[in-house]
Design a protein around this ligand. Structure first.
Ligand SMILES: NC(=O)c1ccc[n+]([C@@H]2O[C@H](COP(=O)([O-])OP(=O)(O)OC[C@H]3O[C@@H](n4cnc5c(N)ncnc54)[C@H](OP(=O)(O)O)[C@@H]3O)[C@@H](O)[C@H]2O)c1
Length: 285
């Protein structure tokens, strides 16, 4: 397929998450003849000032050529022209800026893919007829991200395929009804911070028991990594595997009892629930 048959993707707000998506799409391995049309021939990144634009330029300098021949133009204070040139617009500004940014660009007839936490398809629909909402997370920067998608009814099957292909590049990607998006914001978007708290707690437990920090960190990381791989490989429910570690009257069940007594499980569940409640209020401000 010739580049003229492909399209321009504009990233409105190219900070942490915008750059994660930019890296994933730009560096995606060479697509097949069938899927190549799903990739843009050009990406325009939009920032507010020169300093943050230079971070995007620096990121790109670290990349080789795009396997799918994607050209990138980095801009600032040029949203209107950048959106005008695009067929697909990825919105990744902070939530409090979304209204100001969207109302100043001609996005009505373009596919609008929004990463903005708390902004519903209904709210985004005031600016564009075709909306996909995504929630993803910072491991996307390294290809280990998780993404949850919801589309408005007007998004065509072709555009759904395009979004799945592009967003899938961050790692893994699933589609859920929009009613699950605040939960996904908490579990997927905030999830890495919660997982890091667990990792840090393991590290500090090693440290408290006399294992040096570096070795505690390695042990904690490998325990979590290995456990996740074991769940993946066996397909078992975590509680089945947990009970396999518990010798009757042994160390593991003793440790688990104390953790449960201290509300570790309900603390995590309530924490994720609170994050979802905050997410539900974000778009209303
Ligand atoms: N970080 C996460 O873990 C995470 C996870 C899931 C979802 N999200 C969602 O992703 C979105 C982006 O978050 P982030 O962490 O990537 O934020 P961020 O790093 O602050 O990036 C936002 C970007 O928007 C740019 N921007 C600000 N005003 C602009 C304007 N008028 N026109 C164009 N660009 C403008 C900023 O550029 P300047 O610096 O030049 O102003 C900045 O580069 C948020 O809505 C958040 O809800 C974030």
């Amino acid at each position: 397929m010739s580049d003229s048959a492909r399209y321009t993707l504009t990233i409105l707000g190219c900070g942490v998450m915008g750059q994660a998506l930019l890296s994933a799409i730009y560096n995606a391995p060479e697509a097949s003849a069938e899927t190549k049309k799903l990739y843009p021939s050009k990406i325009i990144t939009c920032n507010h000032d020169k300093d943050s634009t230079s971070q995007v330029v620096k990121l790109l300098e670290g990349f080789g050529e795009s396997p799918n021949g994607i050209e990138v133009e980095c801009t600032y204070n040029d949203n209107e022209r950048a959106v005008d040139e695009a067929s697909v617009v990825l919105l990744s500004t902070k939530p409090f800026l979304a209204q100001e940014v969207l109302s100043a660009v001609p996005v009505k007839k373009k596919l609008l893919i929004s990463l903005v936490a708390g902004w519903t398809i209904g709210q985004l629909g005031e600016y564009s007829q075709y909306v996909t909402r995504i929630m993803t997370n910072t491991p996307a920067k390294f290809g280990y991200g998780m993404a949850v998608l919801s589309h408005s009814d007007s998004v065509s099957e072709e555009n759904k395929a395009l979004v799945r292909e592009l967003v899938g590049r961050v790692g893994s990607c699933i589609e859920l009804p929009e009613k699950n998006m605040d939960a996904a914001t908490a579990l997927v978007g905030s999830g890495p911070a919660f997982a890091l708290l667990v990792l840090e707690s393991f590290m500090e437990s090693g440290l408290k028991l006399g294992i040096p920090l570096k070795e505690s960190k390695l042990c904690a990381m490998k325990v979590l990594e290995g456990t996740i791989k074991m769940v993946e490989k066996t397909g078992e429910h975590p509680s089945v595997l947990k009970h396999q570690v518990c010798t009757p009257g042994g160390t593991t069940i003793a440790g688990l009892c104390v953790m449960e007594e201290n509300g570790v499980r309900s603390g995590i569940i309530k924490g994720v629930e609170e994050a979802a409640a905050v997410a539900s209020r974000l778009g209303k401000k």
